[in-house]
Design a protein around this ligand. Structure first.
Ligand SMILES: [Zn+2]
Length: 250
């Protein structure tokens, strides 16, 4: 059984003391790869080193923290992404966060930065990975107006209405390994065609277990999706792996 973690944060401090063991556990668990997401300039530079050490197993998507990024920091990330674009598989996660950001002006201020990254993806001809926490509809509207490349709605938790729009647009979603606890995510798994669904851990976050989340836990997502769709787990693992390779052009 071949599995792929389509979105994790292996550079984070949570993995500082045992990162190589975590990566080895992922290989031992049957993963054929993972995509790790950097979220600021320091994270970007750390990720360069990790990816270099694990060529053909760990791939780098470069984005930001939608709720925290400043314009200056976004510009630094964009400069780095242009410079290292040959070793980057996607722009993102980028987008809008209405969960941590409640103030309407602060929410609106996220949009021009999001647009800068959308333009970057167009310029570099890269797919884009979207963070759209409680902002799925607005993020969808902006992408429909501004982007014509491949879109992945990471950790998608949108309503069935937005899920249908995402499906019709031919975009992809990722479901986290603990997705069966969330009603919208289970509905999305039923709405999207299986060939538009990827699995992620978002490790160290969103753990399906008591402890820290890590790429080896992707099997929990496989098991849940297999149950929700009533399909054999091998088919789920194989198809979501193919989808991940197709989306990131690996
Ligand atoms: Zn993430």
């Amino acid at each position: 059984m071949q599995m792929f973690d389509a979105h994790t944060h292996i550079d984070m401090k949570h993995f500082k003391n045992d990162r190589e063991r975590v990566i080895q556990r992922a290989r031992d668990a049957g993963l054929v790869g993972m995509v790790t997401c950097s979220i600021n300039p320091a994270s970007f530079r750390r990720t360069l080193g990790i990816v270099k050490k694990h060529k053909d197993f760990i791939f780098h998507t470069a984005g930001c923290s939608a709720s925290q990024v400043t314009k200056d920091e976004a510009e630094q990330i964009i400069t780095l992404t242009r410079k290292y674009s040959a070793d980057i598989v996607a722009v993102g996660e980028v987008g809008l966060d209405y969960h941590w950001v409640k103030d309407p002006h602060a929410r609106a201020a996220q949009e021009p930065i999001f647009s800068m990254f959308i333009q970057l993806a167009t310029e570099l001809d890269l797919p884009i990975v979207i963070h759209s926490r409680k902002a799925e509809e607005r993020a969808t509207e902006m992408l429909e107006a501004q982007f014509s490349g491949d879109v992945l709605m990471h950790c998608f938790d949108g309503s069935p209405e937005v899920a249908k729009r995402v499906a019709e647009n031919g975009w992809y979603i990722t479901l986290p390994a603990n997705f069966s606890k969330y009603k919208n995510r289970v509905r999305s798994a039923e709405i999207l065609p299986l060939n538009q669904i990827l699995l992620e851990t978002d490790g160290p976050y969103l753990s399906p277990t008591q402890g820290r989340n890590e790429p080896a836990n992707i099997r929990y997502g496989c098991e849940s999706l297999s149950q929700v769709l009533d399909q054999p787990i091998d088919l789920i693992a194989e198809t979501t792996t193919e989808n991940t390779k197709r989306f990131y052009r690996l």
